[in-house]
Design a protein around this ligand. Sequence first.
Ligand code: FAD
Length: 464
Amino acid sequence: MNPSPATYAPITPEIVARLREAIGEEAVVTDPDKLEPFGRDATELFHLPELLVEAVSSEQIQQLLHLANVYHFPVTPRGLGTGLTGGAVPLSGGVLLSLAKMNRILAIDPENLIAVVEPGVVTGDLRKAAQSKGLFYPPDPASVDTCSIGGNAATNAGGASCIKYGTTRSYILGLEVVLPSGEKIQAGVQTRKGVVGYDLTQLLVGSEGTLGIITRLFVKLIPLPPAVTTLVALFPDLPSAMHAVTALLTSGHLPSAIEFMDHQCLELIGDLLPFEGVQESKAFLLVETDGAPGVIEQEIEQMGEICLEHNPVNVFLAPDSYRRAQMWEVRRQVSVRIEEHAPLYIPEDVVVPLGRIAEFVETLPELAETFGMKIYSFGHAGDGNIHLNITAESRDNLQRIEEGIKAVLKRVLSMGGTISGEHGIGFAKKHLLPLELSPESIRLQQEIKRVFDPNLILNPGKIF
Ligand SMILES: Cc1cc2nc3c(=O)[nH]c(=O)nc-3n(C[C@H](O)[C@H](O)[C@H](O)COP(=O)(O)OP(=O)(O)OC[C@H]3O[C@@H](n4cnc5c(N)ncnc54)[C@H](O)[C@@H]3O)c2cc1C
């Protein structure tokens, strides 16, 4: 399954004319200057689409896919282009289908605790809309204010709150989807439960835009936790911090976030953190708990005591909500800073079993030295989800760095982990898929792709 631009029909004036006739002048963009930003996501990959379709309705998307099958041109769906694996990059040319203009919140229903949204809604906007009605949509990728809910569903996005609330998958009750054939289906339910037939909803979630276009989402909401409290713990080294994480997780508490940063991240962004002593420490832990006021204060105190048993440099409560927000902003910006800083930047997001986080991070310095890499690590310690931001001072050493990445991923797999917890495979990681999945599993998944998309017109060249 390795289609190239040559496999497909080019977008001819005839196709443009038929598309304009079918879906309207406004939705079809040919101006090369306007196409350029749609040729990339948050990776270094770039490929100019031949045509941009800015859909505002599912009917337009049906028409587009119908014509794609008739003429055999590829269609690549795109939310807001913050993906970290090239999933939305139109590598085979053809049509880039932007869902950004389908951005209406159609309902926030407090009685049934659901929201109905179009795929282009910015995730942070949904969270705010729910919050204004006393409700909570927990998934919070660090890109929350720049990514779309459709993109989140397509990648099963995670975030800091996953430790307590789970990933995007846990909040998708049902989907309206346009299949590669152009047919439209309703998958799943609008209720809290439903087991009728195969669970197509959960097959589509995380399918990275290869099985269908998500055009509407029925999303579960929960009551908004009334209060949150935050603790910061600084440690002399990363393994001590990770031992504290394991102790926190096995002590009967369920924090709503446990985030960490290593000393290289602290060197880069520590000056932005709103308290003293950061530069002297080598690992940073942010622990949050949410729930009833009174209860959470007791909980955070007990969690602070657990941190104190692990040789910290300092442990303290976030002084106020302003500085808490500042800390989160710094945590969210760390990957952007790393990327700006290094000529070669490859983000990996591995997950290791919770009990082996400390053991895993202890192996990183040796691997980094062997392969000439500098590894900035941060992420969701409470999930064992470690974002390894692999950098080098020059691009000359790329081949060796790629060998190093393979060695890191093999180490992760040997510990019972997985090579991606959030970002997915897309194009950037597809050569790594056989490290984790057996040939039988890959073959079965390719057959599923063929059932949905026999002409391979939807997002070709991704995952497999
Ligand atoms: C600074 C930064 C921080 C990040 N932090 C996190 C994090 O904490 N957790 C996390 O999980 N990710 C994170 N990401 C990655 C990214 O934000 C997520 O993968 C996000 O879900 C992508 O959403 P998007 O709208 O930008 O999708 P895009 O990048 O546009 O697309 C992503 C994939 O989804 C497909 N797709 C998009 N919309 C649809 C649709 N409507 N129907 C079908 N397929 C579709 C695309 O084809 C592509 O394969 C981060 C990225 C950045 C740049």
